[in-house]
Design a protein around this ligand. Structure first.
Ligand code: GLA
Length: 392
């Protein structure tokens, strides 16, 4: 059966207990920021295209307090880290960058401190706890970045610009985690809306909420529980191939290219470049169509676009893997399933499936029967972006 999504209050209680045990006294501030699942629009964000993610009820929590001086101490409650669970560093007073290092989870904290938009950041101590599976393709890292940023806003407020906040968190990922990600994950973790998916234009950074709260519909996330080592190296390669394709077509980005542009240039492009560009150009169009279909309640059409997206990611963009393909095929065998696809960067992680509520048990069972690995399931609803919580 599906894992129940843990209550935010229970993870707050866990973080708070660890804080009180470690530092003594009550924390001043509690915040949380969600992970995300992307419904459609994969590998389009760094091509200035459209994406359609939603924020999850799975969150990263930060509890903590400001301290005098310029020392920062952070502890993670995560049980499955094989590095030190505690880090202390000194805030440089000359604006010098905080260098990334060990433990690696602390680089997200350092990156956000460095890119925070109202310097200087004061000293603080904090505990981090999360219900977003680490490295599972549901943006555990973006949720950590956005939670840390939201925490800093309570200690030393910036101007409150939410889009600039998402961009600062994306910068943290680039400079301190070394991942040249697009804007999708941080954007939806900041601006997610309860009961809505967000159609994000990654060029203008404008978002249109699309209602998604039909009780007859279920959004099922299936974690393959595999992560292939290709994830790290293949992402920057894909990004570079897209830039090369855009420049071969004489465009600023693939957002500006049409399929006609691509077909006209076909004999000037090698086959791999052609396939990468074709995925992106068609996926941007599919995402716009999918948002319209969702608005109309045309779930059949939405599901069809999801499956097309998966096939394109598998065959043209080559970021799927055997496990994700198995999960999608198994889900699609069940009556009442509208569509299913891999979600996130690829090479492992999760699939997202849209189905009729009555088909949920059958779908989970079928996936369990067919999948060669051990899946984890989450039945989710679109949730609110980052927020400050009350200390009871
Ligand atoms: C990762 C990145 C995102 C996006 C997706 C693919 O999740 O962080 O910016 O590029 O991959 O759609």
């Amino acid at each position: 059966m599906a894992s129940p999504v843990p209550e935010v209050s229970s993870v707050v209680a866990e973080a708070r207990q660890l804080y009180e045990q470690t530092f003594g006294g009550r924390p001043q501030v509690v915040v949380c920021a969600p992970g995300r699942v992307n419904l459609i629009g994969e590998h389009t964000d760094y091509n200035d295209g459209f994406v359609l993610p939603m924020a999850l009820p799975l969150v990263t929590v930060v509890v903590g307090s400001q301290t005098p001086g310029q020392d920062v101490t952070v502890i993670t409650a995560a049980k499955d880290v094989d590095e030190s669970r505690s880090v202390t560093f000194h805030l440089p007073d000359d604006g010098a960058p905080l260098s990334p290092g060990q433990p690696s989870w602390a680089n997200y904290v350092k990156g956000v401190v460095h890119h925070y938009r109202a310097q200087p950041v004061p000293g603080f101590r904090a505990v981090i706890a999360s219900t977003v599976p680490l490295g599972g393709g549901l943006s555990s890292s973006a949720s950590l970045e956005v939670a840390v940023y939201t925490f800093l806003q309570q200690l030393h407020p910036d101007d409150g610009d939410k889009v600039a906040k998402a961009v600062a968190c994306q910068q943290a990922e680039h400079t301190h985690a070394g991942v040249p990600c697009g804007i999708m994950d941080q954007f939806v973790s900041v601006l997610g809306r309860e009961a809505h998916a967000l159609l994000i234009d990654c060029r203008s950074l404008e978002a249109t909420p699309v209602p998604l709260s039909d009780p007859a519909l279920v959004i099922l996330i299936t974690n393959s529980n595999v992560k292939h080592s290709l994830t790290g190296s293949e992402y920057p390669t894909r990004r570079r191939q897209c830039e090369e394709a855009a420049s071969a077509l004489g465009k600023a980005s693939l957002r500006d290219a049409t399929m006609k542009d691509l077909e006209d240039a076909r004999n000037r492009l090698d086959n791999v470049t052609y396939c990468r560009a074709r995925h992106v150009i068609e996926e941007i169009e599919r995402t716009v169509q999918a948002a319209k279909a969702l608005k109309r309640g045309s779930y059949e059409e939405f599901g069809k676009l999801m499956v097309e997206s998966h096939h394109s990611l598998r065959d043209l963009y080559e970021v799927s893997c055997k496990e994700l393909d198995e999960l999608v095929s198994a889900a699609m065998e069940v009556e009442g399933v509208f569509g299913s696809r891999m979600t996130g960067g690829g090479f492992g992680g999760c699939t997202v499936t849209l189905l009729q509520a009555h088909a949920i048990d059958k779908t989970i069972l079928r996936i369990q029967e067919r999948y060669s690995g051990t899946p984890t399931f989450y039945v989710t609803t679109p949730s609110e972006g980052a927020r400050v919580l009350n200390l009871s």
